[in-house]
Design a protein around this ligand. Structure first.
Ligand code: COD
Length: 299
């Protein structure tokens, strides 16, 4: 079982090098992250975008373009479509967002004819490493599904469980997050969804995981908090996965972990034909590199 990003990097290095297609690639941070991935023998990059601007961006951060393939496409939408096609045709294993907007890349990925959709819901899965916790924390969905229905939450949970399995966590413990532990369908409907997801786990409708909720964040990650509150839970204090009630809660969690808890962070979209690295422009090089590694591990 992978407990840290160092272990994840070590595992990925044992596998054959994979190809990342970058959409609208003239992003200095992305180029730096890819250079690190290339040096570590983790990934090979195909850079799709305006060649002159890719060269300028690379020069600005001292990245040599010699090991990269460049596909010269000037327009943002066309470059994004071309990067998606590389993945669709099996010429790349992972898609990565460069300087194109989130809506451009998600639109191209969701395109029914030319995109990367399969029958499943696509969802964003992040992973965090903090000194305060004894293993990686997987959280979903902090960036794609805005206000998931119960049905969406089932798919989000299943996608996150599949990611945990890829990290070697045989039976992940899943906390369905809310603000409280008591089911309160009228005032806090997400607590009712949490209770249903828990029951679906108990009855084997959602498989290969132990699910419990509603749990507040303190109970999900602290045994002491569970003891103090008298909560008997097979997940509390040892959660591998936290499912947030909506994008607002998830995104706040993501940003607090990165900016205030100084977590090491990675984020990808899963549920498509191949994983998609979708970091935000403000994310660090390290986050971009670890997100590439995370994508490699799950693909
Ligand atoms: N998985 C699979 N198919 C999907 C998904 C999904 N998660 N979301 C939409 N679709 C399909 C729908 O079934 C439909 O066929 C088509 O895509 C269009 O659906 P819409 O009209 O609901 O989709 P959009 O284009 O309005 O929105 C989809 C987005 C993913 C762009 C939207 O949900 C979004 O903006 N999410 C938040 C992205 C964001 O801002 N993240 C940044 C936070 S840092």
């Amino acid at each position: 079982m992978i407990r840290t990003f160092d272990e994840m990097v070590a595992e990925v290095k044992k596998s054959p090098t994979k190809v990342v297609a970058v959409a609208y690639a003239h992003d200095p941070d992305v180029l730096e992250a890819l250079q690190t991935a290339q040096r570590e023998d983790i990934a090979r990059g195909v850079l799709v975008g305006p060649k002159a601007q890719i060269e300028k961006a690379a020069a600005s951060v001292n990245v040599s373009l010699a090991p990269f393939e460049i596909v010269d496409v000037a327009d943002e939408k066309e470059a994004t479509k071309a990067a998606v096609s590389l993945v669709r045709e099996g010429r790349a294993d992972v898609l990565m967002k460069g300087l194109c907007s989130t809506s451009t890349i998600l639109g191209a990925v969701l395109d029914k004819q030319a995109g990367l959709r399969e029958s499943k819901l696509l969802s964003h899965v992040s992973a965090f490493q903090v000194p305060a916790y004894h293993k990686l924390i997987i959280v979903s969905d902090v960036a794609m599904n805005i206000a998931p229905t119960l049905e969406d939450k089932v798919a989000i949970t299943e996608n996150a469980i599949a990611v945990a399995h890829r990290l070697g966590i045989e039976t992940p413990k899943v906390a369905i997050i809310a603000a409280v532990e008591k089911v309160n369908p009228e005032s806090m409907p997400c607590t009712a969804d949490a209770a249903i997801l828990t029951q679906m786990g108990a009855r084997g409708q959602i498989k290969k995981a132990i699910i419990d909720g509603p749990l507040a964040v303190d109970n999900a990650f602290s045994k002491k908090a569970c003891e103090v509150k008298g909560i008997i839970t097979p997940v509390g204090g040892d959660a591998d996965i936290a499912i947030t009630p909506d994008i607002e809660a998830g995104n706040v969690f993501y940003k607090v972990m990165g900016y205030l808890a100084m977590a090491k962070t990675a984020g990808i979209i899963v549920g498509a034909r191949k994983p998609i690295v979708l970091t935000s422009r403000a994310d660090s090089d390290e986050t971009k590199f670890l997100s590439i590694v995370f994508a490699m591990k799950v693909c």
